[in-house]
Design a binder for this molecule. Sequence first.
Ligand SMILES: NC(=O)C1=CN([C@@H]2O[C@H](COP(=O)(O)OP(=O)(O)OC[C@H]3O[C@@H](n4cnc5c(N)ncnc54)[C@H](OP(=O)(O)O)[C@@H]3O)[C@@H](O)[C@H]2O)C=CC1
Ligand SMILES: Nc1nc(=O)c2c([nH]1)NC[C@@H]1CN(c3ccc(C(=O)N[C@@H](CCC(=O)O)C(=O)O)cc3)C=[N+]21
Length: 297
Amino acid sequence: MVAETIDGKAFAARLRERVGEAAARFEEKAGRKAGLAVVLVGEDPASQVYVRSKGKATLAASMNSFEHRLEADTSQDDLLALVERLNADDAVDGILVQLPLPAHIDAQAVIAAIDPDKDVDGFHVTNAGRLAVGQAGFVPCTPMGCMMLLTDRLGDLSGLDAVVIGRSNIVGKPMAQLLLDANATVTIAHSRTRDLAAVVRRADIVVAAVGRAEMVKAEWLKPGATVIDVGINRLPPADGEEKGRLVGDVDYGPASQVASAITPVPGGVGPMTIAVLLRNTLVAAHRNAGLTAPEGI
Ligand SMILES: NC(=O)C1=CN([C@@H]2O[C@H](COP(=O)(O)OP(=O)(O)OC[C@H]3O[C@@H](n4cnc5c(N)ncnc54)[C@H](OP(=O)(O)O)[C@@H]3O)[C@@H](O)[C@H]2O)C=CC1
Ligand SMILES: Nc1nc(=O)c2c([nH]1)NC[C@@H]1CN(c3ccc(C(=O)N[C@@H](CCC(=O)O)C(=O)O)cc3)C=[N+]21
């Protein structure tokens, strides 16, 4: 079998288009643009790339982008003070503090300071709790993007066996919760899982969110499985290359001979993350303006 490529890049472009149209209608109704504030502390090159692409996508979707770049040695108190200012700023509907933060800053304390109704990343405990008990709130962008790709491809997920590899608060755990809400039978695997190959082999749906290049092998997969590769790993540069290639957590070439559908890296989950971030920001803007968020975005 040769797997179909799940084109996250194209799906995300369509979602950004719809969000942009809805954002233009929001502006007419509310008399202002929706706004996303992105805070970057330090100069991690990968983070700079993400922040730049978020900013461009935000402007292209007819929303305001407020970028705050702080020195790597910014104190936690100064960062908390900025978050408070953004919480109080009516032009700011969504706040994203780019992770990871420098080691001297307690990321949990910073996330806790964000107004949960501006927490478009869905990382605040209030939003994690809302997701856990089935209340409306902000859902983390990456897992939400994965769910959109899965339901677009498979429709109803009821009764399907799903394995999520990874249990981080930002990807693995919320991913498992969303799959459970969609009535899949969910297994969460992690670094202590015994015989990961056998666990993965049972799954109709595999979501890999580990951060280890090409770790998931074709032989682990059930033939016909749907594979969502969240991992973003940069390989060391090969001879003559300046930068190494980006690869996922799945050994894509061989896996695509066994799966029925698979997301590529790049061009799979990554672009969905940004599109869902814009969607969440527009939903936040409607709530903040006392308007009903449109259906279907
Ligand atoms: N496409 C996108 O938009 C995004 C991509 N990412 C990428 O996704 C990947 C995961 O990110 P994140 O969740 O933040 O990472 P974390 O490092 O927070 O979590 C990694 C998880 O993988 C598990 N793990 C580590 N080694 C193994 C192993 N050998 N076997 C099984 N499980 C293992 C860990 O287990 P344990 O808990 O036991 O330590 C942990 O739960 C990264 O590559 C990241 O760059 C992340 C966010 C967004
Ligand atoms: N507060 C916070 N929220 C996040 O959502 C967040 C974060 N911090 N820290 C880092 C991770 C990672 N992340 C990605 C977003 C887009 C791509 C993306 O668009 N990737 C492109 C490739 C980009 C490239 O070429 O480098 C792709 O996969 O096609 C990847 C990764 C968001 N994260």
